[in-house]
Design a protein around this ligand. Sequence first.
Ligand code: UAG
Ligand code: ATP
Ligand code: API
Ligand code: MG
Length: 479
Amino acid sequence: MKLGELVPGMTGSDAALTVTGFAIDHRKVAPGTVFGAFAGARFNGEDFIADAVAAGAVAIVAAPGATVAGAVHIADAEPRRAFAQIAARFFTPVPAHVAAVTGTNGKTSTAEMTRQLWRMAGHNAASIGTLGVTTSVDQSSTGLTTPDIVTFLGNMSGLAREGVTHAIFEASSHGLSQFRTEGLPVQVGAFTNLSRDHLDYHGTMEAYFEAKMRLIDEVVVDGGSVVVWADDEYSDQVIDRAKTRGLTLLTVGMAGEAIRLISRTPTQLGQQLLLAHDGKEVKVTLPLIGAYQAANALVSAGIIIAAGGDPRQVFDHLGRLQPVRGRLERAVITRAGAPVYVDYAHTPDGLQAAIEALRPHVTGRLITLFGAGGDRDIGKRPQMGKVASDLSDVVIVTDDNPRSEDPAAIRAAIMAAAGDATEIGGRREAIAAAVAMAGANDIVLLAGKGHEQGQIVGAGDTLRVLPFDDVQVARECAA
Ligand SMILES: CC(=O)N[C@H]1[C@@H](OP(=O)(O)OP(=O)(O)OC[C@H]2O[C@@H](n3ccc(=O)[nH]c3=O)[C@H](O)[C@@H]2O)O[C@H](CO)[C@@H](O)[C@@H]1O[C@H](C)C(=O)N[C@@H](C)C(=O)N[C@H](CCC(=O)O)C(=O)O
Ligand SMILES: Nc1ncnc2c1ncn2[C@@H]1O[C@H](COP(=O)(O)OP(=O)(O)OP(=O)(O)O)[C@@H](O)[C@H]1O
Ligand SMILES: N[C@H](CCC[C@H](N)C(=O)O)C(=O)O
Ligand SMILES: [Mg+2]
C-alpha cells in the first residue's frame, strides 16, 4: 500500500512511498516499514529512530519533538494512537463483528464464553486475550493479555482472512492506556467489575478506572452498544459514561434491566439461574459452579444479544457452555476423596469470588493455597492474605511468579495479614502438603496461576520460566 492511502491528507512524494509493514520494535523493522517510536516504561523508542531508518523504515510515527532524518516524520502528540489508526488501515480485512471486554476480573472468562456462544450460534468466532488467540480449531499464546498493537491488528486481520466473522478481545487497562487495541471498529464493549489490581502501574483506583473507561469513552464506535454487569460498585459510573455517549446500553445482573438475575441456586455440578428478559422469566441450567461464573456467563449473553443474536437461543446455549481453562477447573480428586480445584484468582476480589464459589460444595474444610506475583501491585498482598484467612479453613501461602523480587519477602507481605496461615516456599512442596492434608470432605483450592504453564523467576538477563502447571502438579501429588 502507499503511505498516502494510510495517512489522510498526505500528498506529494511522501504519499507515493510504498509501505510493507509496521513495527514498534526497531529490531523488527524491514525495508518499507512504518516505525512507531514511543516513550515507554523502560526505553524511549525515539532513541531507536536512527536505527529504524537505517534498517529501511519509510516513516516514523512519533511525538512532534522527535528527531527524524531520512524518513517521513508523522508527528502526533499521542503517537501510540496515531500509529494504531494508521496501522489499522493496513491490516485489513477485520472480522465484521468485534466486541471487547474490560474489568479487573472476568475478562478471559467472558471472552471465552462469548466465543463459545457465537460458535454455538453457527458463527466462525475467535477470541484474543490471556489465553492467546483462540478459534474453534486452534489456540496460540501471545504472552500478554492485550498484545502489542502490531500483533493485535495482524492477528485480527489474519483471523478475518481465515473466515472469522465474530471476534472478541480482552481490553486490559495497560492495553487501553497504551492504545494497544485501537483502530478497528468495536461495536460492543463490556464491563465486568472493578476492584484493586495494577496500582503499581496506575497509581490510584481513579486512574485505573479512567484507563478502563477509554473503552466506553473512545474505543466503542458511535452508535455501538455497551454491556454492563450492574451489580458492581462502579457499574453506575460506567452506565453514566455509556449514556453520555448515547451508546445502546444493556445491563445484566440482579440490578440488570436487559437480563435480570432473579435467583441462583447452586447444584452439585453447576447452578440453576432464574432470569427475567423482555418481561418473561427464563430458566437456565448453567453447567459451571460459582456466582462469578454466572456473572461472566450473563455478560457474555448480553454481548451476543447486543451484537444481534437471538436471545432465546442464547439462553439455551448457556446450558452447553464448556469450562474455561484454569477457572475453577477440577484438576483431580485425591486418594482421600478431596477435589482439587485450580483457579486464576490473583486479586483480593478474585480470591473471594473463587472461595465463595467453592464454599457451598464443602462439608469439611476449604484449604486455600496461593501466592502473589512479583513486580506487581504490592498493596494487594496483605488484602489477599486477609480474604483467604477470613474465608477459608486452612491457608497455605506459597510462590506465584516472584519475577525480580525475593519470594520470601512477597510471602511475608501476605503472611502479615493471613492469620495462622502456613508458609511453604516452593509451589510444588506447598501443593503436595495441601493434597496430603485434605480429607474426604475437604476441598483444595490452588489459586493464582490458572492456565499458566510456568513459574517466572528472575528478570532481565536472569529471567527464567520454569515449567509449572498447577493442574499437572496437583495430579502428580495426588497420584
Ligand atoms: C508496563 C507495560 O505494560 N509494558 C508494556 C509496553 O512496554 P513499553 O511501551 O513501556 O515499552 P518499553 O520496553 O519501555 O520500550 C519503549 C518502546 O521502545 C521500543 N524498543 C525498545 C527496546 C529496543 O531495543 N527497541 C525498541 O524499539 C519498544 O518496542 C517500545 O515501543 O509495551 C510492550 C509492547 O506492547 C509490552 O511488551 C510491555 O509489557 C511488559 C512486558 C509487561 O509486563 N506488561 C504487563 C504488565 C501487562 O501489560 N499486563 C497487562 C494486564 C494483565 C492483566 O491483568 O490481564 C496485559 O495486557 O497483559
Ligand atoms: N465476574 C467476576 N467477579 C469476581 N471475580 C471473578 C469474576 N470473574 C473471574 N473472577 C476471578 O478472577 C479470576 C480470573 O478470571 P479471568 O481470567 O476471567 O479474569 P481476567 O479479567 O481475564 O484476568 P486478567 O486480568 O489476569 O487477564 C478467576 O479465576 C476468578 O477467581
Ligand atoms: N496477567 C496478570 C495476572 C497474573 C497472575 C499471577 N500469576 C501473577 O503472576 O501475578 C498480571 O500480569 O498481573
Ligand atoms: Mg485475562
